[in-house]
Design a protein around this ligand. Structure first.
Ligand code: 3PG
Length: 420
């Protein structure tokens, strides 16, 4: 046991039906019915192989996309294909989560076989809005359809979804009430590395926060500045734009309209409060990148063309951030500086990741987009640690016990390990 949680070492897996929750959540390539990145699936391979090679019947549960933005809400069929290619073994897939078709497919599994169920967030009880509005306890989550229908078919529950461990949802926190449970290898690794890192990071410690998961970014900013963990927080992406707008800087009509269209205006007071409190530590972009007629253009903050939508940081910001990353002893990155998927708006993100590869600092990258960017710029093997979790990492940093950790500890106490 580690941290009061059972590990895979403590169970005999042969012949067991293992219900394993993974985080395969990736951006979707809609045109090709495929995934834009496979990083999170690759990260889960050691756990999948270990369980299947030990002769267990492995049932994988995963979510894809979110009911909050619906951008990547999709089935898990492409994930089964990718996993199957990665492990060189068939991964069955069923277009059902916990209905009769899924249950029949589970019952038909033979030792060593693997089945991936469809997107668990197709079940309303698993949705983030449901979680946020109803706040079900873990005991109540154990009474949901998905847990009630699947738990009787399983002998062991394994959670390898560290990246989703901040979510209080039935497939993450409900099974631990009913079944012996363990964390998977990826979960174990991420939890150990992050715990050690946050205990005493070498200073100066720089956080680079970008991307569009605004709520996560502001929680993280407040935590690491409040606890004195971060010496500087460099901002970019939508996070940077909201801070600039909150401080009455001109970011162009397109950028402002985007903030309101996505209902992010609620974060403006928080952004202002944080910047006013930590203006010596929060670094705002000095200039912006935007696209006009398909070409990249840049502007300083005092000469922003009226209609633009800023989708990257500019060259002066890039220079400053590269220097601060070079001078740091610990650098933590969550979220890109701009729309790095497209060439005219990738300069900021590319420069940050190249600086990470060059610095002597210990570097940690977290979150789906950042993991994808690290791969795109071929720097993954030059980074100190790449964590699949973004939101989970942030919640972890706040010092709160993660819901899944709580649930796994509960199972550790109630059911204990099989092998002592
Ligand atoms: C993530 O991408 O951070 C995890 O998969 C959790 O996704 P969510 O933020 O949609 O819950």
């Amino acid at each position: 046991m580690r941290f009061g949680i059972c590990t895979l070492d403590e169970f005999n897996l042969k012949g067991k039906t293992v219900l394993c929750r993974v985080d395969f959540n990736q951006p979707i390539d809609w045109e090709n019915d495929a995934l834009k990145s496979t990083a999170r699936i690759e990260a889960a391979v050691p756990t999948v192989k270990e369980i299947s090679d030990a002769g267990a019947r492995l049932v994988l549960m995963a979510h894809q996309g979110s009911d909050i933005e619906y951008e990547n809400f999709y089935c898990t069929r492409p994930h089964a294909k990718v996993l199957s290619e990665l492990i060189g073994k068939e991964v069955k897939w069923v277009e059902d989560v916990c209905g009769p078709t899924a249950r029949e497919a589970i019952k038909e599994l033979k030792d060593g076989e693997i089945l991936l169920l469809d997107n668990v967030r197709y079940c309303s009880e698993e949705q983030t809005l449901f979680e946020m509005k109803l706040n079900l306890t873990h005991e109540q989550q154990a009474k949901t359809q998905v847990v009630q229908k699947l738990a009787p078919l399983g002998d062991l529950y394994v959670c390898d979804a560290f990246a989703a461990s901040h979510r209080d949802q039935p497939t993450l926190c409900g099974f631990e009430q009913l079944l012996p449970s363990a964390m998977g290898r990826l979960f174990e690794k991420e939890y150990v590395v992050i715990s050690e890192l946050m205990e005493s990071p070498a200073q100066p410690c720089v956080f680079v926060l970008g991307g569009s998961k605004i709520s996560d970014a502001f929680i993280m900013m407040e935590t690491v500045l409040g606890k004195g963990v971060a010496d500087k927080v460099l901002t970019g992406g939508l996070v940077g734009n909201i801070l600039l707008h909150a401080m009455s800087k001109d970011i162009g009509k397109g950028s402002v309209d985007f903030i309101y269209a996505k209902n992010y205006e609620d974060y403006i007071p928080k952004a202002k409060e944080l910047y006013e409190k930590y203006s010596d530590k929060i670094v705002l972009p000095l200039d912006l990148g935007y696209v006009e007629g398909g070409e990249r253009k840049e502007c300083t903050l005092d000469s922003v063309p009226a209609e633009i939508g800023a989708i990257d940081v500019g060259s002066e910001t890039i220079k400053l951030y590269q220097q601060l990353i070079k001078d740091a002893k610990t650098v933590f990155v969550n979220g890109p500086m701009g729309v790095f998927e497209e060439a005219p708006s990738e300069a900021g993100t590319k420069a940050v990741f190249e600086a990470l590869a060059d610095t002597d600092a210990y570097t940690v990258v977290g979150g789906g987009d950042s993991v994808t960017a690290a791969k795109k710029y071929k720097v993954t093997d030059k980074l100190g640690y790449v964590c699949t979790g973004g939101g989970a990492l942030i919640r972890f940093l706040t010092g709160e016990e993660l819901p899944v950790v709580k649930a796994l500890r509960h199972a550790g106490k109630v059911f204990g390990p099989e092998k002592k």
